[in-house]
Each structure stands twice: as structure tokens, then as C-alpha cells.
Design a protein around this ligand. Structure first.
Ligand code: NAD
Ligand code: ZN
Length: 370
């Protein structure tokens, strides 16, 4: 499969398939201006997949060196950014040196930000190895790291020259991580692709079982969806509609995640899974969406054993704590939060008329602690 991403001035392709990693050298070589690459990866991904990539680079006579960071969100930090940057500058890079991200969203976001800022910007290629990175973070050009004040507050838009999603690399991914990435696919269907949602209902089980052909199809559909949204709104300037809709379920998700401090107890995609239920439940409560659609979503999440309710969190959370997180979110305006809501499956829109009282009342209905 390949999905084109067509942007003003810098279009690129997303290649999708099992076994691409072993052919990466020859496929990537034509994209390298000076035949020199920096591979950035994390220790876990390196243990499973780095040798395959390095072998293919050697066979293609590409000059490269590899920088490995510890796995986990902690590597999206200023201190790790500094260490990587000093390392590659000391080894010597040129304007044509290409940064290659081999890993999940953490490696992709860090490597992309390094590429965006080294020598004021050098070429960048993504080889995503988590389902989340293959369907979401590797496409769209958002790169960055975290600050003490919050997640992803330091960053840049920097588009890759190529994205190579080898679905074969997902064979080593733990099931929890697969489920977390799958939640973002369900999200895409809910936003504006009822057909994708129906496809998920029919094929979700096979995706989570790691069936290669079904995984490839899932990644192709979700990438095509994201590429379409990004093409229309490259820098999230549309305000409503456009990229803003990709935040469906995320106002809730970010509030849940913040309570678990990104330490692995609750994965982003797990928080999103619950957030999707909450966003549709809020839409139903406000009389905007039919209850049957909520029942359909819940049935799907339930059938796959995905988190969907307050009880699925590692421990119970308090309503006021969650409201405080949402209030701190930049989307708050005069007591109202901007939410992405649904008129039904496949029909998301941004709504500025949600009050804190609406959200409080929903969270109480949903069993969060008063
Ligand atoms: P991650 O990169 O931390 O990967 C999850 C875990 O899986 C890590 O421990 C990693 O070492 C391991 N792993 C990766 N590939 C593996 C493989 N093939 N086999 C075995 N283990 C493997 O997390 P993620 O979920 O991929 O990404 C989350 C990050 O992505 C967050 O920092 C989030 O902010 C970011 N993100 C960015 C965007 C964007 O548009 N730039 C969008 C969504 C999320
Ligand atoms: Zn997300």
C-alpha cells in the first residue's frame, strides 16, 4: 500500500507493508541527499528491529550512525534533546544528513524535533514501529518534546520526506500497546468515516490478534484518513473542523492521563478509548446524538476488551480534579470548554457551548467520585 500526503511544497508518501524494514536501505537511499543518515531509536525497539535496519543500510552502502535513547515518555525531555543534539553535532552532520526515527511516537516526536532544529532543519524520515505511530503520530508533521509545564509544549511543524510503516514490526508489540493504537483508529472512524467504523466492527478482532493483512488494511485506512485531514489544515489553523477534530475524546483523555503522570499505568490510547465513550455520552446527554450510536460504540469497545468507563481506570478519579485539569486546558473560555462532540458515528464537530456544569453532570452519571 502507499498513501500520498499532498501538502503545499512538500508532499510525501506513506509506505505500508510487512517486511519493508529489510528493504529500507534501497528504498530510502534515493531520498538521502548526501547518503548520510542518523538513526534515532530506543533501547527496546533496538533490541527487536535495529539489526534489520542497519543490515539493509550496509547492503545499500549508506553511511550512518545510530543514537539510542531509553524507552518511554521520559525521553521527550529537554535534557535528552540536548544530549542527542550534542552527540550528533560532535560526530559531524551536514545539511543533507537525514534523521531516521525508528520507534514509536516518543522516538518520532524527539527525532522530528531534532531534525527540525539541527542546522535550522535537516531532512527527516519516519519508520514507525507502534500501531499508534503508524496510524497517527508519524503522519502530520507535529514534532516536539515535553516541558515541566506540560506535554508537547516545545516543538515545531516538520514534515518527513517519507514514512515507512512496516506492519511486520508490530509482531513484537505488547497487546496493550496494540489496543492503545487501535483506539486512535476507532477515533478516526467516529470523527468522519462511518465506513471505517463499520470496518472496525467487522475486523477489530483480527487487528488486535495481529493478523498481518488486516493490520495493513487498518494502517492504510487510518493513514488515508489522517492524511486527508492534515492536507486540508496543515498547521491546525482552521480552529473548528480540520485538525481540531482529531482531538475527539482527548479533552477527557488528557485529564485522565495527567492524573496518572504518564508513568505507564494508563497509556495514551487507553485514555483515548475511555475518552471516546465520554465524548459520545456527553453528546447523547446534550441531545445531540442518538443513544443507539453510543450503544454501538460501547458494544464494540466491550467486544474487544477495550477500556470504556471510569471503572476501567487504574483507580477511581474525582470529578472536581478532572474538571480542574480540563479547565487548565487552553481551550477554556468564560466557563466554557471547547469540545469535539458527535452528531452520531462519523459526524464530529467542535462545540463551544459546553459548560463545566454539563461536564460535571456527565462525570457524576458516569460514576466518577463526587
Ligand atoms: P512509545 O514511543 O513510548 O512506544 C511505546 C512502547 O513500545 C515503548 O516502550 C517502546 O520502546 C515500545 N515499542 C515500540 N515499538 C515496538 C515494537 N515494534 N516492539 C516492541 N516494543 C516496541 O509510545 P507511542 O504510543 O508509540 O507514542 C506515544 C507518543 O506519541 C506520546 O509522546 C505522544 O505525545 C506522541 N504523539 C504524537 C503525535 C504527533 O502528531 N506527533 C500524535 C499522537 C501521539
Ligand atoms: Zn491521541
Amino acid at each position: 500500500h502507499h498513501v500520498p500526503v499532498t501538502l503545499a511544497g512538500h508532499s510525501y508518501e506513506v509506505l505500508i507493508g510487512a517486511g519493508l524494514l529489510a528493504q529500507a536501505g534501497l528504498r530510502i537511499k534515493t531520498h538521502l541527499p548526501n547518503n548520510h543518515a542518523i538513526i534515532l531509536t530506543d533501547e527496546t525497539v533496538a533490541s527487536h528491529h535495529l539489526a534489520t535496519l542497519e543490515d539493509s543500510f550496509r547492503k545499500a552502502d549508506i553511511r550512518f550512525h545510530t543514537v539510542t535513547v531509553p524507552p518511554g515518555e521520559g525521553s521527550k525531555s529537554l535534557s535528552r534533546f540536548e544530549a542527542v543534539m550534542e552527540d550528533i553535532l560532535n560526530r559531524g552532520i551536514e545539511r543533507g544528513t537525514t534523521v531516521i526515527a525508528l520507534g514509536g511516537g516518543v522516538v518520532g516526536d524527539l527525532a522530528g524535533f531534532v531534525a527540525a532544529t539541527a542546522l535550522r532543519g535537516i531532512p527527516f524520515i519516519q519508520i514507525p514501529t507502534t500501531l499508534l505511530a503508524q496510524v497517527d503520530s508519524s503522519v502530520g508533521g507535529k514534532t516536539g518534546i515535553n516541558a515541566r509545564a506540560g506535554k508537547n509544549l516545545i516543538g515545531a511543524f516538520w514534515q518527513p520526506r517519507l514514512v515507512m510503516a512496516d506492519t511486520g514490526t508490530l509482531a513484537t508489540l505488547p497487546r496493550r500497546q496494540l489496543v492503545a493504537g487501535y483506539a486512535e483508529i476507532v477515533k478516526s472512524g467516529l470523527i468522519a468515516d462511518a465506513d471505517l467504523f463499520a470496518w472496525c466492527e467487522a475486523n477489530g478482532q483480527a487487528v488486535l490478534a495481529g493478523d498481518p493483512a488486516t493490520l495493513g488494511e487498518a494502517v492504510r485506512r487510518a493513514c488515508a484518513f489522517k492524511a486527508g485531514v492534515v492536507q486540508d489544515d496543515e498547521r491546525e489553523q482552521a480552529g473548528s473542523g480540520g485538525r481540531a477534530l482529531l482531538n475527539l475524546g482527548h479533552t477527557f483523555a488528557h485529564a485522565f492521563e495527567a492524573e496518572f503522570h504518564y508513568d505507564g499505568r494508563l497509556l495514551h490510547g487507553e485514555a483515548v478509548s475511555i475518552g471516546l465513550h465520554m465524548a459520545l455520552a456527553l453528546s447523547v446527554k446534550m441531545g445531540l446524538a442518538p443513544r443507539e450510536d453510543l450503544e454501538r460504540l460501547d458494544a464494540h469497545l466491550h467486544a474487544l476488551g477495550m477500556p470504556a468507563s471510569a471503572a476501567d481506570l487504574p483507580h477511581m478519579l474525582h470529578v472536581e480534579t478532572l474538571l480542574a485539569h480540563m479547565g487548565r486546558d487552553k481551550k477554556l473560555r468564560d466557563g466554557k470548554v471547547t469540545f469535539v462532540l458527535l452528531r452520531g458515528i462519523g459526524m464530529a464537530f467542535t462545540c463551544r457551548d459546553v459548560t463545566m456544569d454539563d461536564v460535571r453532570s456527565l462525570l457524576l452519571d458516569e460514576g466518577f467520585t463526587p
